[in-house]
Ligand binder design. Structure first.
Ligand code: ATP
Length: 469
């Protein structure tokens, strides 16, 4: 018997369902993941009858009582029991209209319920009924597809994807997460109706895209999105990175594949979704800033323009418009700075300025820059990495010495106004800026006394009087 079925939680469900004379099966993602050796604590139970009624009965009988939530609109109920989340749903049959991914739902058999599932590997069920406990119900041979690492739909893929076009994203997401192959007829079905993704909400698309991004090799999913024609629909800015233009025989690198390499590289070193998003967007403005000059292809200003594009991309793609977006924006804006530092002689002043701008995100910025080294020339890679090591060391030294990371100017605008009896005006900002520059350039140290003296000097230089002194 499959090991996980020995857990008491399944025995409780089985016993109570038998008393109630109701058939129950564990189904879907839980079965798939358990067979892949990754048992989760989210269980989906299909009930032949009412999922809500059975959940209510089970909940009354479990020792210590779980917490029951009922979702009448969806006909489902969830029991939270210790750290398990067990969802009960009545077996259903679904039919679809062309303009919506919301099905018309009727009660159905286990087979009906398996037919409505997206992929053969997600349609396997295991009986929890006493006489057949542990028996596999796998009408589409999902077990073989799991072994052969294949994504296949239980019914004709044209129907599966047309009924609910979100499944096109899910197919690519599962292929990418599990490193499975989508069968050719399913891939063709996605290609032929990729524009039906337009009837799916941005939020649902983004849930799947973020799962692709959080996989171990996210480029796998992005290449499939490109290959099937979904990418230009859901993320046109990224699709525009693709291609190489040649003038006078000189081509630039393909920024789509470069970006994917950076994304895969960064995914080795971070699981942070937003740092991975920064990798995706770091060169997003290259198509807009591309110029051919005497010295070859340039992309001047793609960092600043890219940062400017981030809020609109986040808004359109239903990503959160909060600090996470600001973080991504900052990474895109600053992504060239450590490279510039690594190429030149690394001065304290340049390092201090970078620290002042990157603040607490400077370590993430370095992770991004290291991922951005995608040269095939091992010698170059070694050289850049060594330079970045130097930049990191310098960042550490300067930070320890000057505590500049969360730079707060030691002299406030109010103090400048008070000292020189000024009205709020431009000159106040100028004095503040020159104090900041003096600290960052290492002319004075980052403390109140030295900054105050410097302020007095600046006032003198600007011909300001010092009332009362
Ligand atoms: P994950 O937990 O990684 O998201 P999952 O397969 O558990 O994977 P859920 O979204 O929780 O994903 O779905 C549970 C099950 O419900 C799936 O295994 C599948 O059988 C079915 N399912 C979910 N979404 C769809 C859909 N859009 N069309 C058909 N079946 C679906």
């Amino acid at each position: 018997m499959i090991e996980f079925l020995k857990h008491p939680v399944f025995n409780i469900i089985s016993e109570i369902a038998a008393i109630e004379n109701t058939q129950v099966y564990v189904v879907g993602g839980f079965v798939r993941d358990a067979l892949l050796g990754k048992p989760s604590k989210d269980i989906d139970i299909v009930v032949i009858g009412s999922g809500i009624e059975l959940a209510e009965k089970i909940n009354k009988r479990i020792p210590g009582q779980g917490r029951l939530s009922v979702f009448k609109n969806f006909g489902t109920a969830m029991i939270k029991y210790n750290d398990w989340e067990i969802e009960f749903v009545g077996a259903r049959k679904e039919s679809y209209r062309l303009d919506s991914r919301k099905p018309i739902v009727e009660n159905g058999t286990l087979q009906d319920d398996q037919n409505r599932r997206d992929f053969t590997i997600n349609a396997m069920a295991i009986s929890l009924n006493p006489k057949t406990y542990g028996q596999f119900v796998d009408p589409f041979n999902g077990i073989d597809d799991l072994k052969n690492k294949i994504i296949r739909t239980p019914v004709d893929p044209i129907i599966t994807f047309s009924d609910d076009p979100l499944r096109m994203m899910r197919a690519i997401r599962f292929a990418s997460q599990l490193h499975f192959t989508i069968v050719p007829e399913a891939l063709d079905a996605i290609k032929n109706q990729c524009d039906r993704i337009n009837i799916v909400s941005g939020e649902r698309i983004m849930d799947e895209l973020n799962k692709i991004i959080l996989g171990s090799i996210p480029s796998f999913g992005f290449k499939l999105l490109d290959q099937t024609g979904l990418l230009p629909i859901i993320f046109p800015e990224m699709a525009k990175l693709k291609g190489i233009e040649k003038i006078e025989g000189k081509g630039h690198k393909d920024n789509f594949y470069h970006t994917l390499k950076v994304l895969d590289n960064i995914s080795i070193n971070t699981n942070d979704l937003w740092l991975r998003w920064a990798a995706i967007l770091h060169d997003i403005a290259k198509p807009e800033t591309k110029r051919y000059t005497e010295s070859g292809w340039t992309f001047h200003g793609h960092d600043a323009l890219g940062a400017k594009m981030v809020p609109e991309i986040f808004r359109k793609m239903k990503l959160p418009l909060n600090q996470k977006m600001k973080f991504v924006q900052k990474m895109v804006l600053l992504h060239l700075r450590p490279i510039a530092l690594a190429k030149e002689v690394v001065t304290d002043s340049a390092v201090r300025r970078l620290l002042a701008e990157a603040e607490n995100d400077v370590d993430d910025l370095m992770v991004l820059c290291e991922a951005d080294i995608t040269s095939k020339d091992d010698g170059k890679v070694k050289k850049y990495m060594a330079n970045f090591k130097l930049v990191r060391q310098k960042l550490k030294e300067v930070e320890e010495k000057d505590a500049i990371r969360n730079f707060q100017p030691p002299i406030s605008g109010e103090l400048i106004i008070e000292t020189f009896k000024l009205k709020p005006s431009k000159v106040v900002g100028e004095i503040k800026q020159s104090i900041k520059d003096a600290i960052l350039d290492g002319k004075i140290r980052n403390n109140y006394e030295e900054a105050f003296q410097f302020m007095l000097q600046e006032g003198k230089r600007l011909g300001l009087s010092l009332p009362g002194i």
